[in-house]
Write a protein that binds this ligand. Structure first.
Ligand code: PEP
Length: 256
């Protein structure tokens, strides 16, 4: 069964005290919030705050902590890197892989992302694997082929059981942090395309069990319309996840 998921990518925002304040505000709101019990909620702070956020989230149903990236090696002489095992040891359960900011600013390749996915699954953690096209590629009507290549090059080596453990996030690059959101029609069209791709490779059971999130200027105002799309299983939220009230409103935006 597809899980409903809302993940907040805090990116490189918040000083420590502000991050603690944010997790406190969110957990206070979610504590007795029975209607969000079945929704998987993931807070994804910067590495230094991971342990604190994980501890503060403890005891709230389906509230998890994640990381924004990890190394593609298991460990050793890689100065400045953080391994999936380290993230796990701090209480992290999910790791974003292939965010467009990592792909563009840090030149992460399909091959490196493939290694990261393997490392994350090897630690029994959940990769949140991001895909999405640039504005240029959408204008050239190449958005489907871009997304297909991102998925096939970095994920299609997995067997069906492994693939079933991955969460996908469709994040059109032109919508991230720009205030430009994909229309619900554009989001549904791409999510259905991705699900069909999974179906062709792994079959219906896997295709119908993988959650595909939408990300890109999703906020408290537009989440309900996006989450109403049949193939949108939730959101990967950047800016709006930094405001507790907005993040919780997004969590409440699934159709009942
Ligand atoms: C993101 O960075 O994953 C994201 C979706 O950002 P924003 O919501 O700010 O567009």
């Amino acid at each position: 069964m597809r899980k409903k998921i809302v993940a907040g990518n805090w990116k490189m925002n918040k000083l420590y005290s502000e991050a603690v304040e944010l997790v406190d505000e969110i957990t206070i709101m979610l504590k007795d919030d029975i209607k969000s019990d079945d929704i998987v909620k993931i807070l994804i702070p910067s590495f230094p705050y991971l342990r604190k956020v994980a501890r503060h989230s403890h005891g709230i149903k389906n509230l998890f902590t994640g990381a924004q990236n990890c190394a593609y090696e298991e460990g050793g002489a890689f100065t400045g890197e953080v391994s999936a095992a380290m993230i796990k040891s701090l209480g992290g359960t999910h790791i974003i892989i292939g965010h467009s900011e990592r792909r563009s600013y840090f030149h992460e390749t399909h091959e490196e992302l493939k290694k990261k996915v393997n490392i994350v699954l090897g630690q029994s953690l959940t990769p949140i694997f991001c895909v999405g096209e640039s504005q240029e590629k959408r204008h050239a009507k190449e958005h489907f082929s871009v997304v297909e290549k991102q998925i096939s090059d970095s994920l299609f080596h997995l067997n069906a059981a492994e693939f079933g453990k991955v969460v996908l996030a469709y994040e059109p690059v032109w919508a991230i942090g720009t205030g430009l959101t994909a229309t619900s029609q554009q989001a549904q069209e791409m999510h259905l395309f991705i699900r069909t791709l999974i179906d062709k490779k792994y079959g219906k059971e896997t295709a119908n069990s993988v959650s595909i999130l939408y990300g890109g200027s999703c906020n408290a105002k537009n989440a309900a319309e996006l989450f109403a799309c049949p193939d949108v299983d939730g959101g990967l939220i950047g800016g709006a996840s930094l405001v507790a009230k907005d993040f919780v409103t997004i969590i409440h935006s699934f159709p009942s």
